[in-house]
Design a protein around this ligand. Sequence first.
Ligand code: ADP
Ligand code: MG
Ligand code: MG
Length: 249
Amino acid sequence: MLKIDNLTAEIAGKQILNGLTLEVKAGEVHAIMGPNGAGKSTLSYVLGGRPEYEVTGGSVEFMGQDLLDLEPHERAAAGLFLGFQYPVEIPGVSNVQFLREALNAQRKGRGEEPLSGGDFLKLAKEKAALLKLDMEMLKRQVNVGFSGGEKKRAEMVQMGILDPKFAVLDETDSGLDIDALRVVGDGINAIMRDPAKGVLLITHYQRLLDVVRPDKVSILAAGRIVQTGGPELALRLESEGYDAVMEEA
Ligand code: ADP
Ligand code: MG
Ligand code: MG
């Protein structure tokens, strides 16, 4: 589904991704772990098409298309979803408005009719229930005054509504207490565990991987993938730390 080959990218003239190569097949959850500053968020922004990030080399193929050739909204319409490490607040815009606009913009991008207000609310209620988020939260302004955990849950409601083919989730577990972690992890499984979908799951913690069980685990360090393995690699990182495992690699 996603084929990243020798990708290099920079921000503010500083090279962050240094020849990153990674492949995710349909049906796979691929966890990315790695030290702070390694370039994990940079990778997710580059995949999403954030303009400040300049791709200087390499290629990214997404379901047979040249991803880097597409505008961010075209990437979304093609089925790519990006979950932010730090979800942004949008004062003056309610979640319901935001989510309905986002969904209908994507449907339009795919040549589909917009969803009616009634059908949209039904869908939103179903996904909010899945993430155990009170519908009242969705009437509030996007992320304004939300706790860390509420932001992440609202973002997973967004993912449920948009129903992407591929999700890049950047530290979705940060700021979650143990119960919220379970709810969010179960939500990711319910929405994205599908033979036709793929997930790039960026995390520091085994506790999320206990719920969303990865098929593969890669270590990203200094802007490239330095090691790939199965779920056991995450367990080794948890017990031995990045330095010990990477030294051996
Ligand atoms: P990670 O998510 O793995 O912790 P990031 O991708 O956020 O790492 O950051 C990688 C590197 O890029 C860091 O050294 C960070 O300081 C640098 N960086 C990120 N954004 C900017 C920016 N706007 N200007 C300069 N450097 C940046
Ligand atoms: Mg970080
Ligand atoms: Mg980060």
